[in-house]
Design a protein around this ligand. Structure first.
Ligand SMILES: Nc1ncnc2c1ncn2[C@@H]1O[C@H](COP(=O)(O)OP(=O)(O)OP(=O)(O)O)[C@@H](O)[C@H]1O
Ligand SMILES: [Mg+2]
Length: 283
């Protein structure tokens, strides 16, 4: 059965497709809310490891509500870029702003999470011994903005929120299941659910569908599409089919190479770009 979330994603796709036919794509694929401002502004960041520049004057802007896919060969600097945004690595030079006025380089990793930047690492990190529900409950109580102790009872609103997220990540029927027994894909969804409990404005997802089955990958694309607009998403992926599902032939993708932006444009455009082909094939 298709869960609410997947339906929302599928509905969104259908709406885009309908509009594409109506206006011939004149809107450029951007919903009005996507033009409301900047969610993330990365300017000229450079990160050196023993003289080697993992990032080299990287500049990037993500709009509010935008879903941006970032691609690029191994070692291009994609994960390092996320490390700089989340405070794990401090760049040698450059600026990183969340919205227009939060200077992320002045904040610590926990502070960055607290202002609304959520990050999903490649490996799922759920509490295997706890149930799906308990994992979400913990994520809620770990949120510093919520004054709840680990032992306090959940309020009705909090219970509702957990229910919403369970539906969103398609795990409503598995709420009482031990997380360790979930499939790899379901664990990834649970971790995304745990991030969503804290209602991040910006979500950074590093290779979210690595190791997923085709069906799980497709459902993840629908999940992300349903989050688009309400959250800004930066998705790093090597799986081009997934990137195609997310961009629907209408959204811009960014190609990183040697720590800088090599190309930006529709997936079909960047895939046809000679420089991009060259770095993927290796010279
Ligand atoms: N802590 C570190 N010390 C030294 N070099 C590092 C460190 N972290 C990353 N690098 C190097 O920086 C470059 C960029 O790495 P990064 O992990 O950001 O690439 P990536 O685009 O995420 O690659 P992949 O697609 O393989 O995940 C690589 O050459 C990597 O070896
Ligand atoms: Mg990486």
């Amino acid at each position: 059965m298709t869960p609410d979330l997947m339906e929302a994603g599928a509905e969104k796709l259908a709406r885009w497709k309908a509009r594409e036919t109506m206006d011939g794509g004149a809107s450029g694929g951007l919903e009005p809310s996507f033009r409301q401002g900047v969610a993330l502004y990365v300017e000229d960041i450079t990160v050196s490891f023993d003289g080697f520049k993992a990032l080299n004057a990287l500049t990037l802007t993500i709009n509010v509500g935008e879903l941006r896919c970032i691609i690029g060969p191994n070692g291009a600097g994609k994960t390092t870029m996320m490390d700089c945004i989340t405070g794990k690595t401090k760049p040698d030079a450059g600026r990183v702003f969340f919205g227009t006025n939060v200077d992320l380089l002045r904040l610590t990793e926990p502070q960055i999470a607290q202002v609304g930047v959520g990050r999903k690492f490649q490996k799922p990190t759920v509490y295997e011994q706890l149930s799906v529900f308990e994992n979400l409950e913990l994520a809620l109580k770990a949120d510093r903005r919520v004054r709840a102790s680990l032992f306090s009872r959940l309020t009705g609103t909090q219970l509702d929120r957990i229910g919403e997220i369970l539906a969103l990540i398609h795990l409503k029927g598995d709420a009482q299941r031990t997380a360790g027994l979930l499939s790899h894909g379901q664990k990834q969804w649970l971790e995304i659910g745990m991030l969503l409990m804290q209602d991040p404005k910006l979500l950074l997802l590093d290779e979210p569908v690595a190791g997923m089955t085709d069906e799980e990958t497709e459902r993840t694309a629908e999940l992300f599409l349903s989050l688009e607009g309400q959250h800004s998403l930066v998705v790093v992926e090597h799986d081009m089919k997934f990137v195609d599902q997310l961009t629907q032939g209408r959204k811009k993708v960014t190609v990183l190479h040697e720590g800088s932006v090599l190309a930006e444009g529709l997936l079909s455009e960047v895939q046809a770009n000679e420089k991009v082909v060259e770095v993927y094939l290796g010279r």
